[in-house]
Design a protein around this ligand. Structure first.
Ligand SMILES: Nc1ncnc2c1ncn2[C@@H]1O[C@H](COP(=O)(O)OP(=O)(O)O)[C@@H](O)[C@H]1O
Ligand SMILES: [Mg+2]
Length: 268
């Protein structure tokens, strides 16, 4: 059985204060006066989806949280501590990152090697995760294109991240390269795993129906300069399944989010 750590019962998970991002010494601001707060919910992780136009700074924001970039202005805290390079959150980028000289199994098992888990256990658990993402039979292939397709490589990266079970998982358009059938399957997988995880997922997507299906909270960014302007609580049953998409409430939420997106983007 897969085991999942409980990451609950902490202070604010993520807090950003007065964030500004400029690349030309403050003449132009891509992000300005941006605040963001993800509070801790007792006994439950958070599933937060970020929506915003292309180029508005969503990936930049994830890089701040991951400790890969510092904002020009303002501060980023995780659990009340300012982010530094040692606090790295695991991140799945839209450009999936696997080690091409290693097999699929070793790529996924690597998540546990860093934690000092023995070889047999880490291979067993990697196989279990590979089965969940539909990659059984590919374990011994090298994790490289075109031995594996783009979508398969993306699933290798996702399997590794899920097995690492980080407290905060940053997913930047993770399902972008997947066909619709795999994408729906991965949505359900992620949704189910998240419920066992109790970890916090910050998920960037352009797909509004995906956002509503997965999220507990959706945050929408305005553009030029960017900051968060809307928070929409997704008041759907905690347990999500395909049936939720038949719920009129789901459809209403999708329409509502779409309306807000259109309004926010026409304001700029
Ligand atoms: N090194 C850089 N120099 C200048 N502009 C940059 C640099 N890095 C990112 N940007 C700009 O920052 C903006 C936000 O980028 P990004 O976070 O990737 O947006 P998103 O993920 O929302 O599409 C973009 O307009 C991009 O061109
Ligand atoms: Mg991006």
């Amino acid at each position: 059985m897969l085991e999942f750590k409980d990451h609950t019962n902490r202070d604010n998970i993520i807090q950003m204060q007065g964030i500004g991002q400029s690349y030309d010494g403050g003449q132009n601001w891509i992000i300005k006066d941006m605040d963001f707060l993800i509070e801790n919910k007792p006994d439950q992780g958070q599933f937060v989806v970020i929506l915003g136009m292309s180029g508005c700074g969503k990936s930049t924001l994830l890089r701040y949280i991951a400790g890969l970039q510092q904002p020009t202005e303002g501060k980023v805290f995780i659990h009340g501590k300012e982010v530094d390079k040692d606090m790295r959150a695991s991140m799945v980028f839209q450009q999936y990152s696997s080690l091409p000289w290693m097999t699929v199994l070793d790529n996924v098992a690597l998540a546990l090697r860093y934690k000092g888990v023995g070889k047999k256990e880490r291979n067993d658990r990697a196989r279990e995760m590979l089965e969940l993402v539909g990659l059984t039979g590919h374990e011994d292939k090298y994790a490289q294109y075109p031995t594996l397709s783009g979508g398969q490589l993306q699933r290798v990266a996702i399997a590794r991240s899920l097995l690492a079970n980080p407290e905060i998982l940053l997913m930047d358009e993770p399902f972008g390269a997947l066909d619709i059938k795999t994408r729906l399957k991965m949505q359900d997988l992620l949704s189910n795993i998240w419920r066992k995880f109790n970890s916090t997922i910050i998920f960037v997507t352009h797909d509004i129906s995906e956002a509503v299906y997965l999220a507990e909270d959706i945050y929408i960014m305005k553009y030029a300069p960017s900051r968060f302007v809307e928070h929409i609580k997704i008041d759907l049953p905690f347990e999500r399944s395909r049936l939720v998409k038949r719920d009129p409430k789901y459809t209403q939420l999708v329409h509502h989010v779409e309306d807000v997106m259109v309004r926010v983007s026409s304001e700029t």
